[in-house]
Design a protein around this ligand. Structure first.
Ligand SMILES: O=P(O)(O)OC[C@H]1O[C@H](O)[C@H](O)[C@@H](O)[C@@H]1O
Length: 536
């Protein structure tokens, strides 16, 4: 019997197994949680028991998690469809590290770029680097996908550490985005960063061109107030950005894994090089944990196995990520790219159809806001949505500690409510206490039943510092990697984004009326006609 078969059988047995009843086993909370430093990952509020966990760990071993992990860290070209190594971990490696790609140590180059970024950041933050109108007050990062989501998420998350210029982000090709961002800024004291690994992404290049025109209205040497983050340094030069403000990286850094290097410049500008270093250090600590701790106690591995249990074994199509932390507002969006662009694939590494479901749909919002919106479905809908809660024991506002206490209480209450539910008898008693009786009591009570037994995990940490944020992001990166290995997926390519881009490029001239729409289907033709007759 393969571990997959064993897990299917275990899932059948687990059907109807009360999670709450599992807690009659003494010490379950400690036994079904994993620690990393002062961070605790609690997965005891799931149906996973000792046998299930053993089978999940066998699955990980048989899939070759340990050897694939070694292959990734040693610079092997594990991104086989693109023939590339996967070494975002090198961007945060410590001073002693040596990482070979094709026999060459890449670390001297990584350190050189990191030092150049830090010098530039400190020059800009101290006012040594200025715009035409004086010290830089605002920075606009123009990028999309991995060149946007990571930096936006991290800059918002680290608000208590901001002591640099105000950082803004423009990603959407919708002119509204750049318009609304630039209209309040002064071009003479603004730095524009063009962040694009390829430096060909149409949205980014269109926005960059618009920013350049805006800058030219008041600045004589526009190029002097631009910086570029890219692995295509030739294109940055052609575009007119001086070499000393181009921060390059190699093709072994995937877009959605790139915030640790040059793509993180906006984060460094906002919080300073020391805080950025702490962010990298946190991630490096998680890397060391992932590489050395036995699978059973390994937080990324266990997070991945819980994910596999819920998505591929129990068949839950989505998972909700619910940070009880307003500053992690964009974490769900960031994780949507990280997880769904990495593991949303229908063929395995060798091109065969995937034997089971690909990675799940990831969605979420910060708590407590989500509670007043979609938690209704999570508690009483017909589908089970495994929930991943994140919360800090302590906030950053000592005088608002009572807010934080309420926040934490709500987070803990939600995982408890999801597990415990409310029975029909309990609902009946509360209706009876309100004076209801007979059929009306019965009808009202049924609406107030919570089936419960809904699984969730909680990641809890002392406080959201730069170091903790680095740990959390690296944790999720490795989770994605482990899930991808188990599914046999190449988590590091993204061919699924190409077709839409190609068709959009061809539709441009059609919409402009330069070419006909004869080869289009009826629906697309009708939409084209609608746009053409309603845009003037
Ligand atoms: O950084 P860029 O080359 O501009 O790419 C930006 C983004 O666009 C692509 O379509 C990919 O789906 C993303 O993985 C990537 O992060």
């Amino acid at each position: 019997m393969t571990p997959w078969d064993r897990l299917s059988t275990l899932a059948e047995t687990a059907q109807g197994q009360s999670i709450l009843d599992l807690f009659t086993q003494e010490g379950r909370a400690a036994e079904f949680s994993a620690r990393f430093g002062d961070m605790l990952f609690d997965y005891s509020k799931t149906q996973i028991d000792t046998k299930t966990r053993a089978a999940l760990l066998d699955l990980a071993r048989e899939a070759g998690v340990e050897s694939r992990r070694a292959a990734m860290f040693s610079g092997e070209k594990i991104n086989e469809t693109e023939g590339r190594a996967v070494l975002h971990t090198a961007l945060r490696a410590g001073p002693e590290a040596r990482v070979l790609v094709d026999g060459v140590d890449v670390m001297p180059g990584v350190r050189k770029t990191r030092a150049a970024m830090a010098r530039f950041a400190e020059d800009l933050r101290s006012g040594a680097f200025m715009g035409q109108g004086g010290a830089i007050t605002d920075v606009v990062n123009i990028g999309i996908g991995g060149s946007d989501l990571g930096p936006v998420m991290a800059v918002l998350a680290l608000a208590p550490y901001h002591d640099g210029p105000k950082v803004h982000f423009v990603s959407n090709v919708d002119g509204a985005h750049i318009h609304d961002t630039l209209q309040h800024l002064d071009p003479t004291t603004t730095l524009v960063i063009v962040a694009s690994k390829t430096f060909t992404t149409i949205e980014t290049m269109t926005n960059a061109e618009t920013a350049r025109k805006w800058m030219a209205t008041q600045v004589t040497d526009t190029g002097a107030q631009f910086a570029a983050l890219s692995s295509n340094t030739e294109a940055t030069q052609e575009w007119g950005i001086a070499q000393n403000r181009v921060f390059g990286f190699e093709d072994w850094v995937g877009g959605r894994y790139s915030l640790w290097g040059p793509i993180g410049l906006s984060i460094m500008l906002a919080v300073g090089a020391d805080n950025f270093d702490a962010f990298l250090q946190g991630a490096a600590e998680m890397d060391a944990h992932f590489c050395t701790v036995p699978l059973h106690d390994n937080v990324p591995v266990m997070l991945a196995l819980v994910g596999i249990w819920h998505a591929q074994i129990q068949g839950h199509a989505s998972r909700a990520v619910l940070p009880y932390d307003q500053r992690l507002l964009r974490l769900p969006a960031y994780l949507q790219q990280l997880e769904m662009e990495s593991n949303g694939k229908r063929v395995s590494m060798d091109g065969a159809d995937l034997a089971r479901d690909s990675g799940p749909i990831v969605w979420g919002e910060p708590g407590t806001n989500g509670q007043h919106a979609f938690y209704q479905l999570i508690h009483q809908g017909t589908r089970t949505v495994p929930c991943e809660f994140l919360v800090a024991a302590k906030g950053h506002e000592p005088d608002l500690a009572h807010h934080h206490a309420l926040l934490v209480a709500n987070c803990l209450a939600q995982s408890e409510a999801l597990m415990r539910g409310r029975s029909l008898d309990e609902a009946r008693s509360s209706m009876a206490a309100k004076g209801l009786a007979g059929p009306e009591l019965e009808r009202q009570a049924r609406h107030r039943v919570f089936p419960g037994n809904r699984p969730s995990t909680t990641l809890i940490y002392p406080q959201l510092t730069p170091r903790t944020l680095g740990q959390i992001i690296a944790l999720y990166e490795h989770r994605v990697f482990v899930e991808g290995i188990i599914l046999g997926i190449n988590s590091y390519d993204q061919w699924g984004v190409e077709l839409g881009k190609e068709l959009a490029t061809k539709l441009g001239p059609v919409l402009a009326g330069e070419t006909g729409a004869d080869d289009k289907d009826g629906s697309t033709r009708a939409l084209i006609e609608y746009v053409q007759s309603n845009r003037s």
